[in-house]
Write a protein that binds this ligand. Structure first.
Ligand SMILES: Nc1ncnc2c1ncn2[C@@H]1O[C@H](COP(=O)(O)OP(=O)(O)OP(=O)(O)O)[C@@H](O)[C@H]1O
Ligand SMILES: [Mg+2]
Length: 251
């Protein structure tokens, strides 16, 4: 069993796209998979075909009301289960601040869970929701968009990871950096790749995710790209990424 947090506090880098399609790709290999939406925007929920306003129990209840995981997890068409997220998570962040063990609520909620792999979609912020994800996780996938300033802000993510290691989760690993919206024709892409390799060494996945319009269209159909258009470059690259992930990290 592995819990992986998809995180980068920079907005719009492909966290949700990665989390949804990782979950769908893992489920397609027959692994019992759970996706947890920890972002008040609820994009992973909508993108999984679940109405975020009509969820009786969401990740808010998991974090703040000790709701059992089984009552918060919903089946999706993508053959993975989903703990939905919505605007209530904004309240969860505040409620957590006045709770004992505020950093470990999610970890406790996942205790004894029946899944092979759990993917957590984090919000674009280093807040208490993200800290809960990092405390519950064994590994982190960091999507990075190959553009100017791509690595700016990663220093504060690395500091947060170090603080979580020291306080709660000494074996937390960076599984790797995933390059998203990759354009091989851009000179910047090569430069950003070089910088990632210099900084993260072997922790850069060799699979890259190209810019692909099917990836952007799929969420509006409530589907992963793997179900929306399995033959698209987006689907093929996320399936390849899932394969690389299991070979390198969670075989
Ligand atoms: N490889 C890609 N090709 C084309 N469009 C993409 C790709 N990856 C993501 N997108 C689109 O870019 C936008 C941002 O992606 P996404 O929502 O996955 O990022 P995010 O990091 O989760 O954003 P936020 O920080 O707001 O949570 C979305 O509209 C998504 O559909
Ligand atoms: Mg997102």
């Amino acid at each position: 069993m592995r819990v992986v947090a998809v995180t980068n506090q920079k907005g719009g880098v492909g966290k949700t796209t990665t989390a949804v399609n990782m979950a769908a790709a893992f489920a397609a290999t027959g692994r019992k998979t759970l996706l947890i939406d920890l972002d008040p925007q609820g994009n992973a929920t909508t993108g999984s075909g679940i109405d975020k306003t009509e969820i009786p129990f969401s990740s808010y209840d998991l974090l703040t009301h000790n709701a059992p995981l089984a009552s918060c997890a919903h089946k999706t068409e993508g053959h993975y289960d989903l703990v939905a997220g919505n605007g209530d998570l904004t309240a969860a962040e505040i409620e957590l601040l006045s709770t004992d063990n505020r950093q470990t609520q999610l970890k406790q909620a996942l205790d004894g869970n029946p899944y092979d792999i759990i993917v957590i979609d984090c919000p674009p912020s280093l807040n208490m929701l993200t800290v809960n994800a990092l405390v519950a996780a064994q590994g982190i996938v960091i999507p990075v968009q190959c553009e100017f300033y791509a690595l700016e802000g990663l220093a504060s993510l690395l500091e947060t990871i170090e603080a979580v290691r020291e306080g709660f989760n000494p074996t937390l690993e960076i599984d790797g950096v995933l390059r998203t919206m990759y354009d091989p024709r851009s000179a910047l892409t090569a430069e950003v790749s070089r910088q990632i390799r210099e900084y993260f060494k072997s922790k850069m996945f060799s699979t890259v995710i190209p810019r692909n319009v099917r990836l952007a269209e799929a969420p509006s159909h409530g589907q992963s790209v793997i179900h929306y258009d399995r033959r698209s470059r987006g689907a093929i690259s996320y399936l390849a990424f899932a394969g690389e992930y299991f070979r390198k990290v969670a075989a």
